[in-house]
Ligand binder design. Structure first.
Ligand SMILES: Cc1ncc(COP(=O)(O)O)c(C=O)c1O
Length: 394
């Protein structure tokens, strides 16, 4: 049975070109880039090539890119750097729909005496920049707002918020882990001081990320030790994965506009077919400002986990919430924040696509899903009513 992988916001397949490019740095060129000998030193050039490629995808200067071990480390580093650089300021503004990499780090700082404002979002998951204006004050050291949401795909008005903060000289970080490689970004235009990204969300392997830090931004390292990354992130470089991240960024910059169009087409086809053939279905998030690859759909009167198990029987991989929160039975904090009713939260499925998905795969899901939903609904009285109502309309 072939796998139909529709869980790309959890992690992506490493691109074959990426693997080819990284393998020599595991097998043959295993020297330490900090070594004095040529065997080690030659690797440094490849790290710099990767830095250039990441910078190019972002429209940044290579000096503004610091390699890290993952998106979480990039997020933690950005927040901690702001806090350490301006120790007299003790207030951070963020949102209620952040990934735990930001949300839980802010909660950690709250336990250390920081005041944290978690901004609400609308029923569509939109963030009002006016709420940012109201939240900031003289004590605000950082605003951290995600670029795109991992669960519902919403894209926040980062430019607008950044303009406001730049005027007021407040540091601005964005967690762009779900945006980089999926939609075009240009740091020359984007008024953001720090931006996080993660390799495994854009077809590089797990365990590598980067933090963009705009020139002249005060920076304090989080991992302290050796002089790597110009003293901004200690630890011997994960050379092969850094090379891989560089290649993944190069691949993403080649075809990003075509991929946006392709994924939007597939995603919209999936959504309209599911809405047309299943009653009591809702699409979560902001249809007008969303990642092209993400679809979060609630099916009333069924359990998301039951849908996932049934899809799994056909080799179809999806998710019932953020990959990091599934495994707990806590309903998704993002769906709660946008006011999705509890009955619908429990029946929510996230499909997240990538360039490797085909139209035939989407057709297969469209063929299978109505039967799964019908079977599961027939197990409960509310579900049976829903299906009967639909049959009556036909
Ligand atoms: C929005 C967002 N931020 C941060 C992360 C954490 O990235 P990593 O898994 O590389 O630590 C994720 C991963 O799911 C994410 O979706």
């Amino acid at each position: 049975m072939n796998t139909i992988y529709l869980d790309n916001n959890a992690t992506t397949q490493a691109a074959p070109e990426v693997i080819t490019e990284m393998l020599p740095y595991l097998k043959d060129f295993y020297g330490n880039p900090s070594s004095m000998h040529t065997f080690g030193g030659q690797v440094q050039g490849k790290i710099e090539e990767a830095r250039n490629r990441v910078a190019q995808l972002l429209g940044a200067d290579p000096e503004e890119i610091i390699f890290t071990s993952c998106g979480t480390e990039s997020d933690n580093t950005a927040i901690m750097s702001a806090a350490e650089s301006y120790p007299q300021k003790r207030h951070i503004v963020t949102t209620r729909v952040e990934h735990p990499a930001v949300m839980n780090f802010c909660k950690h700082l709250a336990r250390k005496g920081y005041r944290i404002t978690f901004l609400p979002v609308s029923n569509k998951g939109q963030l009002n920049p006016e709420d940012v204006v109201k939240a900031i004050d003289d004590d605000t050291v950082l605003v951290s707002v995600m670029y795109a949401n991992n669960e519902i795909g919403n894209i926040f008005p980062i430019s607008e918020i950044g303009e406001i903060l730049r005027e007021r000289k407040i540091l601005f970080h964005t967690d762009a882990v779900q945006a980089v490689g999926k939609i075009p970004l240009d740091m020359k235009e984007l008024p953001v001081d720090m931006l996080s990204l993660s390799g495994h969300k854009l077809h590089a392997p797990k365990g590598v990320g980067a933090l963009y830090v705009r020139k002249k931004t005060r920076f304090h390292p989080y991992i302290i030790g050796g002089h790597q990354e110009k003293g901004r992130r200690a630890g011997t470089e994960n050379v092969a994965s850094i090379v891989a991240l560089g290649k993944a960024c190069e691949l993403a910059s080649r075809n990003i506009d075509e991929e946006v169009a392709y994924l939007t087409k597939l995603r919209d086809k999936l959504e309209s077919a599911l809405i047309a053939c299943c009653p009591d279905v809702r699409i979560n998030g902001d249809a007008g400002s969303r990642l092209p690859n993400t679809s979060n759909i609630s099916f009333e009167y069924v359990e998301g986990e039951a849908i996932l198990l049934r899809l799994n029987e056909y080799g179809i991989c999806a998710s019932s919430g953020s990959a990091c929160t599934s495994g707990s039975l806590e309903p998704s904090h993002v769906l709660r924040a946008i006011g999705v009713p509890f009955t619908a939260i429990h029946g929510s499925i996230r499909f997240s696509l990538s360039r490797y998905n085909t139209e035939e795969e989407i057709d297969k899901v469209i063929e299978i899903m109505p039967g799964i939903i019908k079977d599961l609904r027939m197990l409960s009285p509310f579900g049976r009513d829903s299906m009967n109502k639909c049959a009556g309309q036909q």
